[in-house]
Design a protein around this ligand. Structure first.
Ligand SMILES: Cc1cc2nc3c(=O)[nH]c(=O)nc-3n(C[C@H](O)[C@H](O)[C@H](O)COP(=O)(O)OP(=O)(O)OC[C@H]3O[C@@H](n4cnc5c(N)ncnc54)[C@H](O)[C@@H]3O)c2cc1C
Length: 399
C-alpha cells in the first residue's frame, strides 16, 4: 500500500515517521513544496531570528533519517493537482499513484492587499524559513521596524527586534493586543512587558496603508497619524491551505473538513495539522499549533493503518518573548472569568466557565502550566480561591 503525504511540514513529517513506527512497510512518499527538508517553525520568530539557533537545529530530523526509514522525501515539489477517483497526484511532470493520501498542507499568511502596500519591498511576512532568512538582514540596531498585528507572531518579532536594539512600533487594530486569543489580564501583562523593553504599542487604531516610493517607508493610520519606518513585518493571521483539496472537490469547513478520525469527504484521503478542521463538541475546531500538528498526524497515521481511533486534542501552546516563557494549556473559548495567581516573577491566569477550569496562561510558571494541564486533560477543576492564593501549593490541587 503506497501512502502519499502532501505537505512536508510538522504534521507531514510526524505522519510519515509514525507510519514506520507503527510497522507500515509499504512505500511512503512525503512531498513538500519548500526547498528545505521538514523543519520546525516556532524558532523562526524566536531563537533563529535572534541568531541564537543554527539552521541544523531547525531541522526536524537528521538528513539521513528519511533514507534510513525508507521514506521518499521530495522537496521543492509542489503538488499541482490530485484525482481522488483515479487515486493519483501530479507533482511537476510526474504522476504518482497512491492507495491512501494525507493532506498536511498547513497554512499560508494573510497578506495585506497590494492597495494597502502589502507587496511593497521591505514588507515582510513570517511563515517560512525563506521569509525569515529574507528579513533577518533588516534587523540592524538603530533601524526602525513597524510591526502590523499584535498576536503571538507580531509580539515575538517585536521582542527579537527590541533585543537587537531596533526601534519598534507595533500597531494593532483591535482594542488590545492578543484580543483574539487571550484575556484582558494577559494582554495587559504582555503590553507592560513590551513597554518596559521600549516597544511602542498602538492599539485600537486600524492601518490605512503602508506607504513608500519603491520601498516601504511608513504607515498611515486611520486616526491620521503617520509612522515612519525602515521596514515592516505583517503578522495578521493565517489561512488554511486548502486550494488542492478544494480543486479536487473535497469538502471544506474552516479548512479541510475531517471526521473524528481525520478522514476527509474523499475516500482514502485524510488530513491533519493547521489545514484540517475536525469535529469538536457541537461544532468544529481547527488548531494552529505544533502539538496539534503532531498529535493529529500521529492519530491519522494509526487510522490509515486501521486503528479506528477518534482524535482527542489536548491543546497546549507556548511563546517566548524576552526572558518570558508563556505556556498555555487548554482552550479558553467560553470563559466567564479569569483568576490571577501572582507569584512575583511566576504568574498565571486561570480561565473558568463558572467553576469549570478551561485554560491557563502561565508566564514563567512551568509548575502552574503542568498542573493546570493535567487537571484540564483529566476534566477536573480547581477551587478558584485556592488558585488565587500564591501560598497554595499547586500540587495539592491535584488532590
Ligand atoms: C513563525 C512561527 C512561529 C510559531 N510558533 C509556534 C509556537 O511557539 N508554538 C506552537 O505550538 N506553534 C507555533 N507555530 C505554529 C506551528 O508552526 C504550526 O502550527 C505547524 O507548523 C503546523 O504544522 P503543519 O504541518 O500543519 O503545517 P506546516 O508546518 O505549515 O507545513 C505545511 C507544508 O505543506 C507544504 N505544502 C502546502 N501545499 C503544498 C502542495 N500543494 N504541495 C506540496 N507541499 C505543500 C507547505 O509548503 C508547508 O511546508 C508557529 C508558526 C510560525 C510560522
Amino acid at each position: 500500500m503506497h501512502i502519499a503525504i502532501v505537505g512536508a511540514g510538522q504534521a507531514g513529517a510526524a505522519l510519515a515517521a509514525k507510519l514506520r513506527a507503527l510497522g507500515h512497510t509499504g512505500p511512503v512518499t512525503l512531498i513538500g513544496a519548500e526547498p528545505a527538508a521538514p523543519y520546525q517553525r516556532p524558532p523562526l520568530s524566536k531563537a533563529y531570528l535572534l541568531g541564537e539557533m543554527p539552521l541544523e537545529r531547525l531541522m526536524l530530523r537528521a538528513p539521513e533519517f528519511w533514507q534510513a526509514q525508507d521514506i521518499r522525501l521530495m522537496t521543492g515539489a509542489a503538488v499541482s493537482s490530485l484525482d481522488p477517483v483515479a487515486r493519483t497526484l501530479r507533482v511537476g511532470d510526474e504522476v504518482l499513484r497512491w492507495d491512501q493520501l494525507a493532506l498536511t498542507t498547513g497554512a499560508h499568511v494573510r497578506r495585506l492587499p497590494a492597495a494597502m502596500g502589502g507587496n511593497l519591498p521591505g514588507v515582510h511576512y513570517v511563515r517560512t524559513l525563506a521569509d525569515v532568512d529574507g528579513m533577518a538582514p533588516e534587523f540592524v540596531a538603530g533601524r526602525r521596524v513597524l510591526i502590523v498585528g499584535g498576536g503571538y507572531i507580531g509580539l515575538e518579532a517585536a521582542a527579537v527586534a527590541a533585543k537587537k536594539g531596533l526601534h519598534v512600533t507595533l500597531i494593532e487594530a483591535a482594542p488590545r493586543i492578543l484580543q483574539r486569543v487571550a484575556a484582558l489580564e494577559t494582554s495587559d501583562w504582555f503590553r507592560a512587558l513590551h513597554t518596559r523593553h521600549g516597544v511602542q504599542i498602538i492599539e485600537g487604531v486600524a492601518l490605512s496603508g503602508l506607504t513608500g516610493q519603491g520601498l516601504v517607508s511608513g504607515a498611515d493610520l486611520a486616526d491620521g497619524r503617520h509612522i515612519p519606518c525602515d521596514f515592516a513585518i505583517v503578522g495578521v493571521g493565517i489561512l488554511p491551505e486548502t486550494a488542492l483539496a478544494e480543486a479536487a472537490g473535497i469538502a471544506l469547513d474552516n479548512g479541510i473538513a475531517t471526521d473524528e478520525q481525520g478522514r476527509t469527504s474523499a475516500p482514502g484521503i485524510w488530513a491533519a495539522g493547521d489545514c484540517a478542521s475536525f469535529p469538536h463538541g457541537a461544532g468544529r475546531l481547527r488548531l494552529e499549533s505544533v502539538p496539534n500538528a503532531i498529535d493529529m498526524a500521529e492519530c491519522v497515521a494509526g487510522n490509515m493503518l486501521g486503528a479506528g481511533k477518534p482524535y482527542a486534542p489536548k491543546p497546549w501552546f507556548w511563546s517566548d518573548q524576552y526572558d518570558v516563557k508563556l505556556q498555555i494549556a487548554g482552550l479558553n473559548t467560553g470563559y466567564t472569568r479569569v483568576v490571577v495567581r501572582d507569584g512575583g516573577t511566576a504568574r498565571s491566569h486561570w480561565y473558568y466557565a463558572g467553576d469549570r477550569l478551561l485554560a491557563v496562561d502561565a508566564m514563567n510558571d512551568p509548575r502552574a502550566f503542568m498542573i493546570a494541564r493535567r487537571l484540564i486533560e483529566a476534566g477536573r477543576s480547581a477551587d478558584p480561591a485556592l488558585v488565587a492564593d500564591p501560598a497554595t501549593d499547586l500540587k495539592s490541587l491535584m488532590g
